[in-house]
Design a protein around this ligand. Structure first.
Ligand SMILES: O=c1ccn([C@H]2C[C@H](O)[C@@H](COP(=O)(O)O)O2)c(=O)[nH]1
Ligand SMILES: [Zn+2]
Length: 195
């Protein structure tokens, strides 16, 4: 069965295609397409690849109620603060020489990068559970749902505080456990399919 541009099929198309459908399985719907959660979480992970942080690359993807991406962001230095001049170190005796005073978190960048007027009632997909500072930004921006992949800092005070604020303000959060373990992008694939 052939799909038209809007992923629906008209009855005349259905009649025209019905005999060949039985002979040619390539005209039936592809079943291995990405589901929405994999797509949005995958987008967050792809965006994270832009990060220059040598230790932790975090990406975020904000989606509205129509399943449209309205923003993405990754952890990086503020505009005008060169990735080459500002420090990427973690453990320095002088905090001014470590990344933590300077780096903008993925969630904050995503909210600030939005291409819509607001992110009210949106969902944010993020690789890592948001810290307390990002939780505040998420709550104040009107985002109502946080879908995260890793909760590896669950024991840290920042995460405990973030959860306390989400609970108090009614922001839903849940861990996404994907069925697929890897999402591979092969740029050569487009040349391999039949013409
Ligand atoms: O909610 C968060 C928490 C952290 N990040 C960023 C900030 C830093 O660039 C790294 C954390 O570095 P570590 O070396 O793992 O301490 O992750 C973020 O974007 N969002
Ligand atoms: Zn944060």
């Amino acid at each position: 069965m052939k799909m038209n541009g809007s992923n629906t099929v008209t009855s005349s198309e259905e009649n025209q295609n019905s005999s060949s459908d039985h002979q040619n399985h390539e005209s039936s719907k592809r079943e291995e397409y990405l589901d929405w959660h994999d797509f949005f979480m995958g987008t967050a992970f792809l965006v994270a690849k832009r990060s220059k942080d040598p230790v932790s690359q975090v990406g975020a993807c904000i989606v509205n109620s129509e399943k449209k991406i309205v923003a993405t962001g990754y952890n990086g230095m503020p505009i005008g603060c060169s990735d080459d001049d500002f420090p990427w170190d973690k453990n320095t005796s002088d905090p001014l020489e470590s990344k933590y005073f300077y780096v903008c978190h993925a969630e904050m960048n995503a909210v600030l990068n939005k291409n819509s007027a607001s992110v009210t009632n949106c969902t944010i997909y993020v690789g890592l559970f948001p810290c307390n500072e990002c939780a505040k930004i998420i709550i104040q921006s009107g985002i109502r749902e946080v879908i995260y992949m890793s909760d590896k800092h669950a024991h840290k005070k920042e995460t405990i505080a973030a959860k306390r604020m989400f609970d108090a303000s009614g922001v839903k959060y849940w861990q996404y456990i994907p069925e697929i373990q890897k999402l591979v992008i092969d740029f050569n694939e487009i040349n391999l399919s039949e013409q």
